[in-house]
Ligand binder design. Structure first.
Ligand SMILES: Nc1ncnc2c1ncn2[C@@H]1O[C@H](COP(=O)(O)OP(=O)(O)OP(=O)(O)O)[C@@H](O)[C@H]1O
Ligand SMILES: [Mg+2]
Length: 216
């Protein structure tokens, strides 16, 4: 039986107004899920809820069989460090440092090795000595993806990971992500505006009128 990596039950959240309610989702190993929806519909908020960064007004999230609201701060930190791979809209690379140093920080923290084949696959191996500030937006995006995958996470949350990329490079990044989850029995939740990228995932959902609906 494939292991369930994430379960979200009856999630509701509001800021100034109610964003969504009664959201239920189950994510198994080797599974990829896409979430699409209009700007402002709450996709990033939902990803922050699934990945422990926002506590919703209502509902529960279970990651790797742990109810995340019963964890201590240290346990939450550990879960993020070893098991979650977070690729958010703003990528937090250290600008003054080289691409390699940025990736090394993540691998040292998670006690993993840098995967040179991955760097080659993402076409960033030659850029490793360059400072982040000298790289293009799309190159930085691929460095941040390499940094996340080098940690060997179990659940990857990606918010528009192909947003800055041309079609060909976007497809390359998607292929790398999908190969990664297959090989490592991991899983992916992808937020995207790009229907073609969503179609590459196993299942697609639309966040619309406060509900998350599967697109069949
Ligand atoms: N920390 C916050 N405090 C108050 N309101 C917030 C906060 N974060 C998000 N919002 C509001 O919640 C709504 C949904 O935001 P969110 O970023 O989740 O949308 P999104 O679907 O990811 O949009 P986009 O496609 O533009 O990235 C927006 O109206 C936003 O202003
Ligand atoms: Mg967003």
């Amino acid at each position: 039986m494939p292991q369930t990596l994430l379960t979200a039950t009856n999630i509701a959240h509001k800021f100034d107004y109610e964003l969504f309610s009664n959201i239920n989702l189950e994510l198994k190993e080797k599974e990829s899920i896409a979430i699409v929806g209009r700007s402002g519909s709450g996709k990033s908020t939902l990803l922050h809820i699934f990945s422990t960064f926002i506590k919703p007004n209502k509902g529960e999230v279970t990651l790797l069989d742990k109810n995340i609201y019963s964890l201590s701060e240290e346990e939450t930190e550990e879960l993020r460090r070893y098991n979650l791979g977070i690729i958010f809209q703003a990528h937090y690379l250290f600008k003054g440092m080289s691409a390699l140093d940025n990736i090394e920080i993540a691998t040292l923290l998670s006690k993993e090795k840098i995967d040179n084949a991955l760097l080659e696959r993402l076409e960033i191996k030659e850029l490793m000595q360059q400072k982040i500030g000298e790289l293009s937006g799309g190159q930085q995006q691929r460095v941040s993806i390499a940094r996340v995958l080098s940690k060997k996470p179990k659940v990857i949350f990606a918010d528009e990971p192909t947003g800055n990329l041309d079609k060909e490079t976007a497809k390359l990044v998607m292929d790398v992500l999908l190969e990664y989850i297959e090989k490592n029995r991991a899983s992916l939740i992808l937020v995207t505006h790009d229907v073609e990228m969503a179609e590459l995932c196993n299942r697609s959902f639309k966040l619309e009128r406060k509900v998350l609906k599967e697109m069949l």
